[in-house]
Design a protein around this ligand. Structure first.
Ligand SMILES: [Zn+2]
Length: 324
C-alpha cells in the first residue's frame, strides 16, 4: 500500500518537503535537516583530525624549552589536567592583602612548587623576596644573602607558572627599568594585552639595583610602613643573572598590580631581590603567555576580616617602585 504509506508520512511530518531556493529542488525536510547535521558532523570530524594534530604539535612549535608541554601533551584534542595546569598563573592571596599587612604564610613552598617552576613572591613575615626559577624557590634575604627556601617555609603572596617559552625577543640597550617596561609592553600588546605573561630575561646587567627586607614580627605593620624602616637595598654592577617578571593585565588592579613586577637572581644564586632599577647593553627575553588564572585564598579569620576592596594602589606603587 504505497499510497497509504506516503499519506501517513505526510500526516506525521506535516510539510515533509522543503524547497531549496538555490536550486529549486525539493528535499524531504527531515532528511534535509539531517543532511545538514550529517554534513556538520562530517565537517567537524574532518577538521578534528588536523586540529588534533595541531593541538598536539602546538606546544612543540613555539615552545622549544626542554621539559615543555609537548613532553606531557597527550595525542588527543582534549588537553590533560597537567596541560591546563601548565597554562595557569597561580596566585597566592592578593598583593592587596600583603600590602595591608597580612604576612602569614598560607601555603608551603613544597605545595607552591606543584603550581609552577617560575615566578615571584615573598615569605612569611615578608622574610625576603622570592624568585622561582627552574623549579627551585630562592629566598633573597634582607641581609643580601640568597638561599634555597626550605620546603616547609610558608608563603603569604606569590605568582608562579610552569614556564613554556612562547616567544623570544632580543632586547636592545636599556638605560632604566621604565624603558624595559615600555619595550616588554610592546611585545605584550602585539600578542594580547589581556593575557598574563611570565618573562625571563637573561643577560649581564650593568646596573642591578634591588631591595629586600627584614623579617617582620607580629603585630604586623602595613607593607609601606615595614619597608620604611626595614627595606635593605643592594646595588650590583656587571652582574650576570635572570630577571623573572610577571605581567598582569590592566583589569587586575583589585587583585595584584597591573603591568610589570620584576625580581632578580644572579647566575651564581648568591644575589637577588625585588628590582627597583636596572640597565643593560643587551639581553634575551623569553615570554610565556598564559590564559588561565588560579587564586588561592586563606580561610583564616583574620584574613576574612580584611577589607580587600580597599584601594591601596598608591601604597602598592610606593612599595613596588620606591616612588611616592
Ligand atoms: Zn617584588
Amino acid at each position: 500500500m504505497k499510497c497509504c504509506g506516503v499519506y501517513t508520512f505526510v500526516r506525521r511530518f506535516g510539510r515533509p518537503y522543503k524547497r531549496n531556493r538555490l536550486n529549486n529542488k525539493y528535499y524531504y525536510k527531515e532528511a534535509y535537516i539531517n543532511m545538514k547535521k550529517i554534513t556538520a558532523i562530517l565537517l567537524s570530524a574532518a577538521m578534528l583530525v588536523p586540529m588534533a594534530a595541531c593541538s598536539a604539535q602546538q606546544p612543540e612549535s613555539g615552545k622549544e624549552a626542554e621539559g615543555s608541554k609537548a613532553a606531557e601533551s597527550s595525542n588527543t584534542s582534549v588537553s590533560s589536567k597537567a596541560d591546563e595546569n601548565r597554562e595557569t598563573v597561580f596566585q597566592v592571596a592578593l598583593l592587596q592583602s600583603l600590602t595591608q599587612g597580612y604576612y602569614d604564610g598560607i601555603i608551603k613552598v613544597s605545595e607552591l612548587k606543584q603550581h609552577g617552576d617560575t615566578g615571584i613572591g615573598t615569605f612569611e613575615g615578608v622574610n625576603g623576596e622570592m624568585i622561582v626559577l627552574d623549579g627551585k624557590v630562592y629566598q633573597a634575604l634582607g641581609d643580601g644573602s640568597v638561599k634555597e627556601a626550605d620546603d616547609n617555609e610558608t608563603v603569604p603572596f606569590s605568582n608562579v607558572t610552569f614556564f613554556d617559552k612562547d616567544l623570544s625577543v632580543t632586547l636592545p640597550k636599556m638605560e632604566n627599568i621604565n624603558s624595559l617596561k615600555e619595550t616588554l609592553t610592546k611585545t605584550v600588546n602585539e600578542n594580547g594585552k589581556n593575557l598574563f605573561y611570565m618573562v625571563k630575561i637573561n643577560g649581564t646587567f650593568q646596573k642591578m639595583f634591588v631591595r629586600s627586607e627584614l623579617k617582620q614580627e607580629k603585630p604586623y605593620k602595613t607593607l609601606d610602613k615595614a619597608l620604611a624602616t626595614d627595606q635593605r637595598e643592594f646595588n650590583y654592577e656587571n652582574i650576570a643573572g635572570t630577571v623573572v617578571a610577571l605581567y598582569c593585565p590592566d583589569y587586575m588592579g583589585g587583585l595584584n598590580t597591573p603591568g610589570w613586577h620584576f625580581h632578580f637572581i644572579s647566575d651564581d644564586k648568591t644575589k637577588g631581590g625585588h628590582i627597583l632599577e636596572l640597565a643593560f647593553d643587551s639581553a634575551q627575553a623569553e615570554f610565556d603567555s598564559t590564559q588561565d588564572f588560579d587564586m588561592y585564598l586563606s580561610d583564616n579569620s583574620d584574613f576574612q576580616k580584611m577589607d580587600l576592596a580597599k584601594d591601596v594602589s598608591s601604597a602598592i606603587k610606593k612599595v613596588e617602585t620606591n616612588e611616592e
